[in-house]
Design a protein. Structure first.
Length: 397
């Protein structure tokens, strides 16, 4: 029998990795209720991320996407990850410019200055919440500037970030749907007001360029499409980087040996960031739709079935990673799939890597000690490995 994997099991949400180990030991596939296949092994996940037999667009009645009808139609059908290839390519050409490797490299100095600014109060007080005081404001400020969102919106969005995460989560307890729907409506209204106040600008931020494209071809680009994609890119743009920085800070506080190694060699910061992504992937899975039958081992995934690529599980595959449950900031090579892959991979992966490398280098340079002041508080989620609070005690270098 193929094992059943309940992504909403409280034990899984708290710590999915023991369950992942059991799934990998059993085989390459598992059943994910209500009607999906889960893929557990690194080799299969890495290959399927690039397999054109899998698509991101889902039928409106797919049981995994049971948001209210208007939200499913107006948001999930318009955002770039779920678009058909032609529409995906059209949007990708505009959006990718905001998150290109060149843009990310040019931002390195600005990110370092921002990190130093956010760390400054902690150098005086000896206290810092790595989630609220560092990870979120840094990640949000960078992506807000690229997109054209006002930085003043940070606090309001931080207060709603947990609910917004629910809004972008396919597997969600029924009791959370009202909060998720309300947060998504608020965010859409907020972004729509911004879009309607902006002018087209082909050389400006992402919002300005999207509006310029709409002005040139209003049939191809609607206001609703711009609003929904700005909203999606804003949230995912800070969520992944924020979660990586949070995971790294919590892990370094919990493992003094790894912190000492980073302090001794700040040049390991970029390698450390990759390991934090592997060790506790910011996004635990990604969903695909089988466009034609796919064989995995002795099993056949039929056309039309949902396929859940378990990124967090693949990142702990013993066949690829030596001692995968051990954090090792010197791990190299590190072929994790924490950012997905293929044409549907994370648009902000390069930027997230730059941010992670800069932030952990600044922590290692500016601080001589970093310890847990209280227990970290996680945001319960089947999809995101998030924290709402990571209280730290720190000492200036």
């Amino acid at each position: 029998m193929v094992p059943r994997f309940d992504v909403l099991d409280p034990k899984v949400i708290d710590d999915p990795y023991p369950s992942y180990a059991e799934l990998r030991a059993h085989g390459r596939l598992c059943r994910v209720p209500p009607a999906s296949w889960g893929v557990t092994r690194h080799a299969d996940v890495a290959a399927l991320l690039r397999d054109r037999r899998l698509a991101n667009e889902f039928p409106a009645d797919d049981p995994q996407f049971r948001m209210e009808r208007d939200l499913a139609e107006s948001v999930f059908k318009r955002i770039i990850p779920t678009r058909a290839p032609a529409d995906h390519s059209r949007l990708h050409q505009l959006i990718v410019k905001a998150f290109s490797p060149g843009v990310a490299r040019r931002l390195r100095g600005h990110i370092a200055e921002l990190a130093d600014e956010l760390l400054a109060p902690a150098l005086d007080t000896g206290r810092m919440d790595a989630a609220a005081d560092l990870a979120f404001p840094l990640a949000a400020t960078v992506v807000f500037e690229l997109i054209g969102m006002p930085v003043r919106a940070r606090q309001e969005i931080w207060l709603r970030s947990g609910a917004l995460a629910k809004a972008f989560t396919p597997f969600l307890p029924e009791g959370d749907r009202a909060e998720a729907d309300a947060s998504l409506r608020w965010f859409r209204d907020y972004v729509r007001d911004l879009v309607l106040q902006r002018r087209p600008d082909e050389q400006g931020d992402l919002m300005g360029r999207l509006l310029a494209a709409a002005a040139a071809d209003p049939v191809a680009y609607s206001v609703d499409e711009i609003v929904d994609n700005v909203m999606f890119l804003c949230f995912t743009g800070f969520e992944t980087t924020m979660n990586m920085v949070c995971t790294g800070c919590e892990a370094l506080a919990r493992e003094p040996g790894q912190w000492s190694r980073l302090r001794a060699e700040p040049a390991l910061a970029a390698t450390a960031a990759e390991e934090f992504i592997r060790y506790d992937a910011p996004i635990q899975y990604t969903a695909r739709l089988a466009l034609e039958p796919i064989e995995i081992g002795d099993r056949l995934i039929r056309k039309g079935r949902s396929v859940i690529l378990l990124l967090g599980c693949a990142n702990h595959d013993e066949e690829v990673f030596e001692r995968p449950d051990r954090l090792d900031i010197t791990r190299s090579p590190n072929p994790h799939v924490g950012f997905g892959g293929g044409v549907r991979g994370c648009l902000g992966a390069v930027l997230a890597r730059v941010e992670g490398g800069v932030v952990f280098e600044r922590l290692a340079t500016r601080l001589s000690s970093l310890e847990a002041a209280q227990s970290a508080v996680r945001v319960p989620s089947a999809l995101f490995r998030s924290f709402s609070s990571i209280p730290l005690a720190v000492t200036p270098a």
